[in-house]
Structure formats: C-alpha cells, structure tokens
Design a protein around this ligand. Structure first.
Ligand code: ME8
Length: 520
C-alpha cells in the first residue's frame, strides 16, 4: 500500500424526485473544487456523489406522474449523472441507493446496530412531515393562520401511527457531546456546530427507523414487512461506496471520510444521526461535516411554483462552465447563503476574469511573443519590486491551504485575486513597454516575473476552473506533470528558453446576447 495520505470526500446524495437545480450544481462544484485541490496537493483522493432514491417522497412524486418509483429514479438519476459530467466533476464513483451493493451494506450496518442492542421494536405515533421524511415533537410544530400544522422546516406535518423499529438515539447524547468537544473541527461552520450542540444538549429522543406504510425502500433484515427509514439507508451510502461490509476491500482504506459536504438543511442527519449509527456499529466517525448555505435567486428562495429554479445545464451553456464555477465559489462565502443574478455573474466574468487574470496574462504573454520571439527570457538581477511580487505569489500556497482547511474557498480566491491586482499594479508601474527601447534587459526581467506570477496563479486556480487554468498553463508551456502544487513557489520557476505557443485569450468578456447579435 502506498504512503500517499488518503482524502475521502462526498457530496450529499440528491433526491432524484425532480431534475437537478442550481443548489445541487453548487454543492457539486464546491465539492469538486476541494477534491481537485487535495489531489493537486498530493493526496490520494476518493470523491463520491450519487442519488438517494428511496422513501415516500419518491413514491408520491412517481405516482403523481404515472410512473413507478424505479422509473422515476432511473430517469432522474441519469440527469444527475449528466450534471456531474457537464459541471466537470472529477468524482470517482456515482452511487445509486438502488444499487445492489447498497442493499447489502445497509442491511449489514442495521445488523451491527441491532447486535449492539441499539435497535428495538415499538409503536410510533407522531407529527410526520412527508416532505422532510421526519417525525417532529409536538413542541417543534405550530399551527399557522391557514389552520395547517407545520414542522420546523416550514413543511406541513400530519399525525401518523405505525409499528416501527427504533434506534436508541437517546443513549448517544453524552457520547456525541463528548465527541463534539474533543473534535471541535467535526462540524463546520461554527454556527452549525453551535446549533447541533444545543440540539443535542436538549436531549435526544429515540429515532423511528422503519416504515410499514409503503415498500419502496430496503427491507429490514428478518422482518420484511418493514422497510428502513430512508435516512438510515441514505447515510450508509458513504460506506457502501467503499465496499462495506467488506472491510478488506481495497477501497476501505479511504474510511473514515475526511469531509462530508452537505447543505445546511441536513446537518442534523449528518452530525447527530450518522455519527450515532457509526458509534453503534463500531465504525470510525468521519473527520468533518461541513454545511454550505443556500443559493437564492436574487435573494428569493427557489421553488418550482415561483418558476425561478435555475437549470444548471442552461446556465453553464449560457455563461460557460468555468465562469459559472468561479462565480459561485467567489461570490458566495462558502458556508453562508448567497444570491445570484445575471448582473452579478456578468460583472464577475468581466471584472475578475477578462479584465483581471485574463488581461494580465494576455498583456504579458503578447509582449513576450512580440518582443522576445515567444521565448521565456533569462531574468536579470531582481529588484526589490520583483522580489516583493514573487514573494506575494510564493506565499499563496500556504494561504490557500490554510483557507481550504476550513473550506473557505471564497477566501482562497480572494487571496489569489489580491495577487492578481498586485501584479496589475506591478506591471503598470514597471511599464515594460516603455523599457523596450531604453532597457530591453530590464523589460525581459519584468516580463519574466509577470509570466511567473501567471504560472503560479494558473496552477492555483486549476481546482476552480480546470479548463481555463489548463489553457493558461498550455500558453506557458507548463508540462502536465509540472502542474501540481509541489511546483509552486521557487521550486518550479518558469524555465528560461522555453518556447511558448502563440498567445490566445483564455477569459473572454461576457457580451449581452442582443449586443452580440447587433455587433455580429
Ligand atoms: O437532502 N442551495 O437531497 P436533496 C444550496 N437526499 N444547496 C441546496 C439547495 C439550494 N437552494 N437546495 C438543496 C437530500 N441543496 C438528501 C440527502 S445525504 C445522505 C441525503 C442541497 O436533493 C441540500 O442541502 O434535497 C443537500 O445537501 C443537497 O442539495 C441535496 O438535496
């Protein structure tokens, strides 16, 4: 087995009761960026995504459309798989909870929890939200002006009574709190950790973990009248994909996960239920659960009825994939809610990409092409300005690592763009075009330093914009094997004498379609 440290990262698995929306795309892009970052930083990364196909919600949507649940799942799961491809996701696996491997894993973890004495049979009645697929205590619900009772997520609840298996969640409160205390990094961001801790401190009720009112789910081993509560099966996906229960499988070395990336609405499931299930089954806990915020369309919550659900296929087709990836990760502080609008996307594309890194690369590389025969020059002695410029650039890797440790993707991008701005000032201040006649050797040094900054930025932005960063590195003739983070800083400086291809624009401006038509 190799010594390369492993890094296992997952997205939530989406419900394929509808087609993917921009919230799903956002989670995929962010998770993919973290996976790519870790790969470039030398980790042996395993990246999992997939679809969560059981449960009453799937069944009800299917019925309403005159389909079986399996037909609905097959149709929409394929769209999620396509979305991953269209978004350039580098996932190593795509799990469907209807996969055969997942039945075996879910039944195995169930048996482990049962053998540990943590599952018992009882009767259940309570306020159930079909949409959340969760029972709530009476005190968590309220009857609103419309006479309907709602749960804490704002979805309607109804009174349900059924025979059910229970998980002794109430026994785990102490152990969970101890874990949160000893591993402050277990839940991020901080607000979410606080919420979870106060929820658990309030005491935990045992959890109803089986259903008898429908059969679209994984049968409870030894009592097939019951199917597992969808969240028991859904959470198990993270270990199914590593070969569980075969702990001798080659993939099992990736467990425990380093990071589960999820949205803020499903923190309780990942930071309370999931670690309790794992503790019961005697399995190690994931290192971190990070909850991102919600995306809103100009500040409004997306909903199919309002008609403001943004289709990830359409948006990437319209703006291009890398600009969309960049926009979502730069504009929205990861972990907080964010808003998107056409104006904001167009502005980021033009200000940060076309006029920012694009312009810097274009200006410096076209000067090398025109004045130096397209060959990376030999720099002369560095001035304090050159040294300062290179030092700021060389410092980026440590900043990026520190930010990415807490999934602050936006902060990493912000730090990189500060260096882009500094390089713009450096380039304008050194005015290499004015040195062409007066001091060509000095011009060559300034162009060398600028191209070296572009090289490092090209390497650093690969996780966010793999396609455009690749093109940028092609323009600098950086070989494929020299694009990892080990090549950042002084270790990988541009080699003088390298022949560069003809420069091309990598970050086009966004032009409004009507304007483009008129101009075209
Ligand atoms: O929750 N903005 O599936 P899901 C950002 N099957 N993120 C959003 C979002 C939005 N507007 N809407 C949804 C489920 N998400 C379960 C997960 S994991 C074992 C089971 C996020 O299709 C949401 O927070 O409703 C979740 O992380 C993911 O998209 C899938 O949501």
């Amino acid at each position: 087995m190799s010594d390369t440290p492993t890094f296992y990262i997952t997205t939530a698995i989406a419900y394929p009761n509808g087609v993917p929306h921009i919230g799903h795309a956002y989670e995929m892009i962010a998770t993919d960026t973290i996976a790519r970052f870790q790969r470039l930083d030398g980790y042996d990364v395993r990246f999992l995504t997939g679809t969560d196909e059981h449960g009453i919600k799937m069944l009800q949507t299917a019925r309403a459309q005159g389909l079986t649940a399996r037909e609905l799942a097959d149709r929409n799961s394929e769209r999620f798989r396509e979305m991953a491809q269209v978004l350039g996701a580098s996932n190593d696996d795509f799990i469907r909870t209807t996969d055969e491997r997942h039945y075996a894993a879910s039944q195995a973890i169930w048996k482990r929890m049962q053998d540990a004495g943590d599952i018992y049979k009882g009767g259940y009645s309570g306020w159930y939200s079909v949409r959340d697929e969760a029972y709530y205590g009476e005190d968590e619900t309220e009857v609103r002006a419309d006479g309907v009772r709602y749960g804490p997520q704002g979805t309607p609840v109804e009174w349900v009574e059924e025979e059910s298996y229970f998980f002794r969640l109430s026994d785990f409160a102490e152990r969970l709190l101890k874990h949160y205390e000893e591993h402050p990094e277990f839940i991020g961001p901080q607000e979410r950790r606080n919420e979870v801790m106060s929820f658990v401190k309030g005491g935990l009720r045992d959890l109803s973990i089986s259903r008898t009112t429908f059969d679209w789910g994984i049968p409870v081993p030894g009592d097939e009248k019951h199917v597992m509560y969808v969240w028991v099966d859904a959470l198990t996906n993270y270990i199914t994909a590593l070969g569980y229960p075969d702990e001798l499988s080659d993939l099992w070395r990736y467990w425990p996960a380093n990071l589960h990336v999820i949205g803020k609405d499903i923190v309780r499931f990942h930071a309370v239920y999931w670690p309790a299930f794992l503790m019961s089954a005697g399995l190690p806990l994931p290192q971190r659960v990070f909850a991102h915020g919600f995306l809103f369309n100009r500040g409004e919550k997306m909903s199919k009825s309002v008609g403001n659900v943004i289709d990830p296929f359409a948006i990437t087709e319209h703006y291009g994939l890398d600009p969309v990836r960049y926009f979502l990760l730069r504009e929205v502080a990861f972990g907080q809610d964010g808003s998107y609008s056409h104006e904001a996307i167009a502005n980021r594309i033009n200000a940060d990409l076309a006029n920012g890194i694009g312009n810097l690369a274009q200006r410096s590389l076209s000067m090398i092409a025109k004045n130096l025969g397209g060959i990376v020059p030999e720099p002369g002695a560095f001035t304090p300005e050159d040294e300062a410029m290179l030092a700021s650039t060389d410092a980026l890797l440590e900043i990026a690592r520190a930010e990415m440790k807490t999934q602050a993707i936006h902060a990493m991008l912000n730090a990189i763009w500060q260096v882009v701005a500094e390089a713009d000032r450096y380039f304008a201040g050194q005015a290499p075009w004015a040195l062409r006649k007066t001091d060509p050797a000095r011009m060559a040094t300034v162009l060398y330093v600028t191209a070296e900054v572009v090289r490092q930025i090209g390497i650093l932005i690969q996780p966010v914009m793999p396609g455009s960063a690749g093109k940028l590195l092609d323009l600098l003739a950086v070989p494929e094997e020299k694009r990892g983070f080990a090549e950042l800083g002084a270790a990988g400086r541009l080699s003088s004498g390298t022949v560069l291809p003809a420069p091309q624009g990598v970050f086009p401006r966004y032009v409004e379609p009507e304007t483009a038509e008129k101009e075209g």
